[in-house]
Design a protein around this ligand. Sequence first.
Ligand code: HEM
Length: 102
Amino acid sequence: MEHNEEGCSYTWSEVLLKTCEAAAQLRTIGKVTVRETTLKKIGIKQVKYGVLDKHFEVKRFALLEMIKVVVPPIWSLEMKTAMTVAYNHLVEAIKEEMNSLP
Ligand code: HEM
């Protein structure tokens, strides 16, 4: 899946932000909620570009590796687990949205 530099960095920061938001929500309210319009927007783009299950797996791995390399001081096993759980919740919501699109 190819993007230009701009599209790529935008998407990465969005994914990181959304995953952090999801982790914070899990901590405070015990579940992940994403605004319906936001979810729809993301779902439409992912379907348009043909994002598949395996891409979400690769992105999760890359996201975690990126955090490890870019911000080593905050890296820990607990943090990795928390981000993995949060990311998986997010992906579930996105996939549900993708499947419900016409
Ligand atoms: C939790 C996982 C993910 C989140 C939160 C996420 C979030 C987003 C957001 C917010 C956008 C911008 C939507 C818009 O412009 O309206 C986007 C676009 C996009 N995403 Fe994702 N995404 C995720 C996973 C993936 C994966 C696994 C791939 C494929 C490897 C992917 C590929 C793309 C592409 C190609 C775009 C369009 C970029 C552009 O318009 O330049 N995303 N994503």
